[in-house]
Design a protein around this ligand. Structure first.
Ligand SMILES: Cc1cc2nc3c(=O)[nH]c(=O)nc-3n(C[C@H](O)[C@H](O)[C@H](O)COP(=O)(O)OP(=O)(O)OC[C@H]3O[C@@H](n4cnc5c(N)ncnc54)[C@H](O)[C@@H]3O)c2cc1C
Length: 290
């Protein structure tokens, strides 16, 4: 199928893009990598009258650590995350997730911000950002506001973004020493969306867990943060008992639905097993192991 007719805009500044969104409101859509939006247009699940392509705006493709924060720009693509030595050395959960997203062609164009804005409950980046306790900067013509990742997602394909806003930056607390993470994903075949995936991020302090982040993919109406599991880990020694308890709490937090990929029990069990494995891997990495 062909998309419904639309007017294409290619602003060269952020101000111009925000002005267009302000003018056209709900009739406009931001175009980043196009890897989710273009299929939706072709299937006519979306028919915006205006497309605001942000790819001609300079300086939106960035990943940098500054002032104790890792900053990710709106055009930072999956493939750049996959190739980043900074992420490989200090942000393991991101480095693990990137090469598991879709296929190389989609990773070449798709962006982290676009994935988060799209808010597919089976999308991987939202879960990763929940585990990393990220903030999202939403910018409109009238200013910017910052929203916690856990407050951003409000349901399937539904977020706190207003039609006049652009997700202009993702902010992640900079990794400190003794930090480790992991992303484990079960997919039916390479390139598929997750049947279940689990993101784990650990910050160790004096041999105990200083803070823990656990996110779950494809087991609910949106990416889920396993908050009780995180709370159970905080301040604890990471022994087998603690790991098993946290994994059981993560499995309880999941709200899977049975489908052709598996039953409710199966998916919940994968969450439990992946949380255990993820915590062990993250702990190893926090202690300097691969
Ligand atoms: C076959 C296939 C397999 C895939 N597999 C996976 C997978 O395994 N895991 C996974 O996580 N994803 C997967 N994806 C989705 C892919 O990761 C997309 O790249 C991503 O979801 C969207 O990013 P994008 O930059 O292409 O956004 P676009 O398609 O350009 O936009 C998506 C939506 O976000 C909005 N948007 C984009 N950027 C912004 C912004 N900065 N501010 C405000 N709104 C914005 C757009 O208006 C649109 O509504 C798959 C896609 C396909 C087609």
């Amino acid at each position: 199928m062909l998309p419904a007719p639309f007017e294409y805009h290619a602003p060269t500044t952020m101000e111009e893009a925000l002005g267009l969104l302000d003018e056209f409101g709900e009739d406009a859509k931001v175009l980043a990598g196009g890897q989710s939006l273009i299929p939706l247009l072709k299937l006519r699940f979306a028919s915006p009258a205006h497309l605001v392509d942000i790819n001609k705006i300079k300086d939106l493709d960035f990943l940098e650590e500054r002032d104790g924060t890792l900053r990710v720009g709106p055009l930072f693509r999956h493939k750049s995350a996959e190739r980043s030595s900074l992420l490989a050395s200090r942000y393991h959960v991101m480095a693990d997730a990137a090469p598991q997203i879709a296929d190389p062609i989609i990773r070449n164009r798709g962006t982290i911000a676009g994935s988060v804005a799209h808010a597919d409950p089976s999308g991987d980046w939202g879960t990763v950002l929940l585990a990393l306790d990220a903030d999202l900067v939403l910018r409109s013509r009238s200013g910017s506001r910052t929203v916690k990742a856990r407050e951003f997602f409000s349901g399937p394909f539904s977020t706190a973004l207003e039609p006049t806003e652009i997700l202009s930056e993702i902010r992640i607390p900079a990794a400190r020493p003794q930090t480790g993470g992991a992303y484990l994903k079960l997919e039916r075949k390479v390139g598929d969306f997750a049947t279940v995936a689990v993101a784990v991020h650990l910050q160790m302090e004096d041999g105990k867990v200083g803070s823990a982040g656990i996110g779950l993919t494809a087991v609910g109406p949106q990416n889920i943060e396993a908050e009780q599991a995180e709370a159970a880990l905080r301040g604890a020694s990471l022994d087998d008992t603690t790991i098993k308890e946290a994994a059981a709490l993560a499995a309880e937090a999941a709200e899977p639905k049975a489908d052709q990929r598996g039953s409710v029990e199966y998916k919940r069990n994968v969450v439990r097993v992946f949380t255990e494995r993820g915590l062990k891997r993250a702990y190893e990495r926090a202690r300097g192991g691969g």
